[in-house]
Design a protein around this ligand. Structure first.
Ligand code: GLN
Length: 230
């Protein structure tokens, strides 16, 4: 919720796996009205103390999928419920895989919130990681530095998904209403336009909700997280 004393936006960064610390720094560097906090428990997404938005960092999607498939941590249902209720969520690299409805050739656990199909490790192994400059129309003429680390590519999008940036290989940035994904890692470059864009999404969502963004007291629907068949 909006911190009533300091009126700061409270943006959580999922801290179960991956480079969450870099996102916490990037969010606070991007906007002094943001408090960024590590999120590890379902309680941080529910009720009065709930975060206003969530970043899912880069990392290893098969590692977080194991936690989903284990089925014992209520945090994934809590994220999914908040996402369905309109909470802004931004997934970076692994985070984009975790948000995707379809992962090519895989049934690994995921949130399945966003109508995209992704291909994991689309550019090859770690040593094929690279830095590039991409064009993002929303950010004006100045190209955006983009670091790709064992990055996925978005192969297909549903009709309500807006493509925001592409490389020859496919889509690398996209938005579906309250959901934003990048295949690259803006948290490790100085240019903070992606984080500022996401923070604007959070402000818009709070404004739309009359500066509050009520979190459901409990998960509102049974978990239908995509899980592996095994
Ligand atoms: N290759 C990783 C995966 O499939 C993602 C890499 C990243 O997040 N930098 O989960």
């Amino acid at each position: 919720m909006l911190d009533s004393k300091a009126t700061k936006l409270r943006i959580g960064v999922l801290a179960l796996q991956g480079d969450f610390a870099e996102h916490i720094h990037a969010l606070e560097r991007a906007d002094q009205d943001v408090t960024a906090l590590a999120v590890r428990y379902a309680e941080q997404l529910v009720g009065e103390q709930a975060v206003d938005a969530l970043v899912i960092p880069g990392g290893e999607s098969t590692a977080i999928a194991k936690l989903v498939d284990d089925g014992s941590d209520p945090i994934f249902d809590a994220i999914r419920s908040r996402g369905l209720a309109g909470m802004p969520i931004y997934g970076t690299c692994m985070g984009s895989i975790f948000l995707a409805r379809e992962i090519e050739g895989s049934t690994q656990g995921r949130l399945a919130l966003m109508d995209i199909t992704v291909r994991r490790n689309a550019f090859g192994p770690q040593r094929k990681s690279f830095e590039s400059e991409i064009e993002v129309a929303e950010f004006g003429a100045e190209p955006l530095p983009a670091v790709f680390i064992r990055a996925p590519i978005i192969l297909k999008c549903g009709p309500q998904v807006k493509v925001m940036a592409t490389l020859a290989e496919g889509i690398v940035m996209a938005r579906q209403d309250n959901l934003l994904v990048t295949a690259f890692h803006p948290e490790i470059v100085d240019d903070n336009r992606v984080h500022r864009y996401f923070i604007d999404m959070v402000r818009e969502s709070l404004k739309r909700d009359g500066r509050t963004n009520p979190a459901p007291e409990t998960a509102q629907r049974p978990c239908d997280l995509a899980r592996s068949a095994s």
